[in-house]
Design a protein around this ligand. Sequence first.
Ligand code: FNR
Length: 383
Amino acid sequence: QTPIASTNYDRLEASAKLLLNPAAYNYAAGGGGLEKTVVANREAFDHWRIVPRVMRDVLPARNLSTTLFGRTYPAPIVMAPVGVQTLFHPDGERATSKVFGELGLPYTLSTASSTGFADVAASNGLGNPRWYQLYWPSDDDLTRSYLQTALDNEYEVLVVTLDTWDLGWRTRDLDQGFFPFILGVGVQIGLEDPVAHQKLGFNPLAPNATQEQKQTAALYHTVVTSRGISPVWRNITKLREVWGERPIVLKGIQSVEDAKLAVQYGVQGIILSNHGGRQVDGAIGSLDALPAIVEAVKGKITIGFDGGIRSGSDIFKAIALGADFIQVGRPILWGLAHEGEKGVRHVIKSLLAEFEITVGLAGYAALKDVQVGALVKNTWTNG
Ligand code: FNR
């Protein structure tokens, strides 16, 4: 019997663990090194507490809608780019993109997706908001080709992940010898790309392609997209050559200086993220980095946030501290493990419901009223 998908994060993760093979579970649950930053991301939420107000004129249904990059959404919740989703259920990205499309919330497709641009666009649905996350290849021709295919399939916001130009020291994966990309899981975008076919001299998806050719193509994709060379600020102009003036959002920002540089280089958004604690172990908890960045750049650029969002109350705190939107990562994967689409729908609807209840019970009628004054700094415990 399939374990039920709980409405509580810890129980949800525990039952997903029973459903998944250990390598896939550890791949998703794990982080860099001693996993101090995975923990710090969670602890950061305990540094703030909500102070509820009573007897206020709160609407029966709270208005959680918001406008991001010119589109209005029912809530400030975005699917975090997460690769290799078929590890968690055979329907993978098809299931997650379908549910986000249904709810009218933005879906971000990862460059490390186990499903291609067109298939995800089809399951996400015509006219629904799709964002594309780039792992920036060292090869400019390949970068241009990925961006063009994204535009052809109506992905409308480009999210550029900057914290993973080399893979962090992920000890669970090292110990298990588990590297899905090298096995070929999560390279569909690379396997389908026409420029990649030219460079390789063959089409790894052709009916007569050999196993060895597929393996070579998987390695090629992995090496050019995480190649141990850090991208540099001035190359943002190269992205603009294809992406034009459409929104570009830089993901992986944790420093005030980098947030200011993002404004200077004219991108439309940033996402505060430390990749769910999977890259620099010992890095600051993501929510702890938010207040100073909000103070420096709020209003000049759209501010997204991820890292440790597990409940509606967590969403409330991130929004109150000044995030314009938040992204959900691991909870969706654990949902996916529970019967695919069904589990994903359950998890995201639960988060939406708890967020709405929290906004109302804290005394607010609309998202715009959720401000830092709703919180108090927790100074009475070490938490
Ligand atoms: C990720 N993340 C990620 N980020 C990205 O830009 N591209 C990607 O392909 C992936 N892949 C990926 C796989 C898995 C299994 C995880 C857990 C995470 C990072 C993701 O977008 C986000 O930053 C974190 O997941 C946020 O942390 P929490 O909320 O999941 O703890």
